[in-house]
Design a protein around this ligand. Structure first.
Ligand code: GLN
Length: 470
């Protein structure tokens, strides 16, 4: 059932928010032990009470806000008042948020019920949701495999039917790649469309809140609710979206670009097979035009300097003084800070802080950071050129199928798997990952990428393509 269908039933009384919540809680009871999607669940009593309240209000026949009684899960790097905000890190393990992120506030104002917080790679740095103080999340499609990351908990909670929609965050692919791995839809909006206020900063020039859902309609509807300029995030903007329940725009005559250089940077065989089939099917309905994006494969090198550089600055605030947990037996301030950070941060986070600090240090800025930024501009230009010929561009979401939990991979091998998602963040563009098919019982996603601010068009095309590929 889509959110629209749920709402219709809530209004007609065919299903009540209370009954729906009970169903979801039952699914969670059955599956959560094996999947580990959540870092925190709201108390059952509270959830049932909230659902009952909405049930009463629907009965009274009054006009209700668009998401009245719809449960939503929130990635645990986004602030929900009075819930833990851990980023799956030891350093924040005792921290409870005193306020709501703007996106969460808007969801609540729209009547959504916040069901809990979902697992992630520590501080959203990773691609597997294995590197969390709460342990790994398992992929509902195949429990021995990773759900992708870093929004793996959000993706798994949706894929397992524990919740209809979940918020994630996407700095280099963390909404789209888990969507691809779990056979769900992941939307990454244009940079600035959704306020970052209350999203724990990782790499501020790249971070954007996104949504995971079972279909494009639900995911886009949530973005429409949370989008908009916000005085608490100076980079946020009013980008045009339709009213929440409006249909997608018509896409007659839309031109779809297909990334020409993919053959030079191919995905693994299974992914390529699904990709080829999908392009074939799409070309029966749409005008497909090969487009060149010659430099986007250099995005990885650029991103893995820019993101750590920004992270090293953003994570300086975890000093043991301001956010709850610290080592207690240090004899000096300096020792306390040092040991808190040494013990409090995991290996990958420390690796990023060290890379970033190094890249920004005097004498190295020109050699590393500035080159990375120059490459970022070139990637933006690649897209600008390509979008002169087409409306949207297709690229696979991940070069790899979901791999096994615990599989040995070097950091650079994992980084390279971000090949297709990272350029989108560097250029600030909107993109959606949609299910494109299966190979060896594993799902494959394809991204629809659009021009800055043309999110609605991207969703409309993605919705149509998903229909074709199902
Ligand atoms: N895998 C990427 C990284 O580790 C993406 C993370 C993200 O989008 N939050 O940085």
């Amino acid at each position: 059932m889509t959110i629209k269908e749920l709402r219709k039933r809530f209004i007609s009384g065919e299903l009540t928010p209370l009954e729906y919540m009970e169903e979801l809680l039952e699914t969670i009871r059955q599956k959560e032990r094996k999947i580990n999607a959540f870092t925190h669940l709201e108390k059952t009593d509270t959830l049932l009470k909230e659902a009952e309240l909405w049930t009463e209000k629907y009965k009274s026949g009054e006009e209700l806000p668009p998401l009245a009684g719809i449960p939503v899960a929130i990635k645990d790097n986004i602030a929900v008042k009075d819930m833990p905000l851990t980023c799956a890190s030891k350093i924040l393990q005792e921290f409870t948020s005193p306020y709501d992120a703007t996106a969460v506030r808007k969801l609540k104002e729209a009547g959504a019920i916040i069901i809990g917080k979902t697992n992630l790679d520590e501080f959203a740095m990773g691609s597997t949701t294995e590197f969390s103080i709460f342990g790994p999340t398992h992929n509902p499609v195949d429990l021995e495999r990773v759900p992708g990351g870093s929004s793996g908990g959000s993706a798994a909670s949706v894929a397992a039917g524990m919740v209809p929609v979940a918020l994630g965050s996407d700095t280099g692919g963390s909404v789209r790649q888990p969507a691809s791995f779990t056979d769900t839809v992941g939307i990454k909006p244009s940079y600035g469309m959704v306020s970052r206020y209350g999203l724990v900063a990782f790499a501020s020039s790249l971070d954007q809140i996104g949504v995971l859902a079972k279909n494009v309609e639900d995911a886009s509807l949530i973005i429409r609710v949370i989008a908009g300029k916000d005085k608490y995030d100076a980079t946020s903007r009013e980008l045009s979206v339709k009213n929440i329940f409006d249909a997608f725009e018509t896409i007659d005559g839309v031109k779809i670009g297909v990334w020409k250089e993919l053959d030079n940077h191919p995905a693994e065989d299974g992914v390529m097979k699904v990709w080829d089939d999908a392009i074939m099917k799409a070309s029966k309905e749409f005008q497909m035009i090969p487009v060149s994006l010659p430099d986007i494969a250099s995005g990885i090198a650029s991103y893995y300097l820019i993101a750590p550089a920004e992270a090293s600055a953003n994570l300086a605030r975890y000093d043991g003084v301001r956010y709850a947990w610290r080592v207690l037996d240090a004899s000096t301030y300096k020792e306390m800070v040092k040991r808190t950070r040494t013990i409090g941060f995991g290996k990958e986070v420390k690796r990023r802080i060290m890379i970033g600090t190094f890249a920004l240090s005097a004498g190295y800025q020109d050699a590393f950071y500035k080159k990375a930024v120059a490459m970022r501009y070139r990637i933006m230009q690649n897209f600008e050129e390509a979008f002169k010929q087409v409306d949207v561009i297709l690229v696979p979401t991940s070069p790899k199928l979901p791999w096994k939990i615990g599989q040995k991979m070097s950091p650079s091998e994992v980084y390279k798997a971000d090949l297709y998602t990272i350029p989108v963040n560097l250029a600030g563009l909107p993109a959606v990952s949609i299910p494109a098919g299966y190979v060896d019982n594993l799902p494959v996603g394809i991204q629809v990428i659009g021009k800055y601010g043309e999110d609605e068009k991207v969703w409309a095309v993605a919705d149509k393509l998903m229909g074709l590929w199902r």
